[in-house]
Design a protein around this ligand. Structure first.
Ligand code: SAM
Ligand code: SF4
Length: 331
């Protein structure tokens, strides 16, 4: 019998799952977490076995790409066990397993990741300046991150950098960060800061529209738009002078929802159909209930995927669009 592909009420097929495996992290990026972040009790977080069951339920319903995220996915104990198990599905329903990481643990894991079939990863890095990195992440770990990137490249993993554009913090540095990355055959995606979760600062102070960044890049380089369709929110250009690619994720200045092919599951098993909405379905209850039935819960969730997000960052002091942090939902 052909499998029933997960499709939402707007006819979008869901083929991409972002699965958060932990809310914990070894950094405390100021736009993502508050300094005194309260992490979830372990019992609330899905076990590795539950995460695997859930991932397999999604694969059975047509998900072809899984991205592990967090928090920092590589600080979850025994994460390689989950990755190794999921990697057995590659070529058998699953096309790709990947992760988004801050790179601090890559020296330890890069070879193993390549070994199980991970081909490319997203690394988040906002600055190459040691002092700024320490200020932005509240941890002195830039050296570890850079060694992690080197180790990943040496292991043959293709890297894409994710850089959050922050007003007055890294906006002047972004062109040189891009030049640094392109020299190493690393593409860069710039991200506008999104109003997710209470943090210690006001979002309006951090918000830098990417139209401003794009103008700055155009003053230095020739940008050629390219049609890279990922089903995701980014729009891409090639920098003629470097040959590298820059992506722009502008949730606040552009609405990118029409071809959205993804859903997110938190480390507690809540499936969010949209990053910008609070509506969710509790898959953990379905997994831990007397008659576990993840499949039925997935169908219930699909009906509720909204047509679009409605972020607004224009008013100072505004409450976040959604209360949960990116580290809970997974980026
Ligand atoms: N710890 C991993 C990392 O940093 O790559 C994975 C999780 S992190 C939450 C995923 C991505 O979300 C990172 O690229 C981070 O920069 C981004 N992010 C976190 N909070 C954000 C926010 N409020 N607005 C925009 N991007 C955010
Ligand atoms: Fe950790 Fe990633 Fe959030 Fe930074 S963005 S605090 S690395 S989860």
């Amino acid at each position: 019998m052909p499998k029933q592909i997960l499709t939402d009420s707007f006819g979008r097929a869901i083929t991409y799952l972002r699965l958060s495996v932990t809310d914990r992290c070894d950094l405390r990026c100021t736009y993502c977490m508050s300094e005194a972040m309260a992490f979830l009790p372990k019992r609330d977080v899905l076990s590795l076995e539950e995460l695997e069951r859930l991932a397999v339920a999604f694969i059975h319903r047509g998900v072809r790409k899984i991205r592990l995220t967090g928090g920092e996915p590589l600080v979850r104990r025994d994460i390689m066990t989950l990755l190794r198990r999921l990697s057995r599905r590659l070529g058998d329903g699953l096309d790709e397993i990947t992760l988004t990481t801050n790179a601090t643990q890559l020296v330890r894991y890069a070879d193993e990741l390549a070994d199980i079939g991970v081909k490319r990863i997203n690394v988040s890095l906002d600055t190459l300046d040691d002092a700024k990195f320490a200020q932005l992440t509240r941890r002195r770990m830039l050296g570890k991150v850079l060694s992690g990137i080197e180790a990943a490249q040496a292991a043959g993993l293709k890297i894409k950098l994710n850089t959050v554009a922050l007003k007055g913090v890294n906006e002047d540095e972004i062109p040189s960060l891009i030049a640094w990355a392109h020299q190493r055959d690393i593409d860069v995606t710039l991200i506008e800061v999104m109003p997710l979760g209470e943090i210690d600062e006001d979002r309006v102070d951090q918000y830098l529209p990417l139209t401003v960044m794009r103008d700055a890049l155009e003053a230095r380089w020739t940008l050629e738009p390219i049609a890279l369709k990922t089903g995701g929110p980014a729009r891409y250009v090639r920098v003629v002078e470097t040959g590298g690619v820059v992506g722009f994720i502008s949730p606040l200045t552009n609405n990118f929802c029409a071809d959205c092919n993804r859903v997110r599951v938190t480390c507690t098993g809540k499936i969010y159909m949209c990053l910008g909405h609070d509506d969710h379905v509790d898959l953990r209850a379905a997994l831990r209930g007397p008659q576990p039935d993840a499949a039925a819960a997935l169908d219930a969730a699909m009906v509720r995927k909204p047509e679009r997000h409605d972020f607004d960052i224009s008013s100072r002091g505004a409450a976040p669009a959604v209360a949960r942090h990116m580290s809970t939902t997974g980026g």
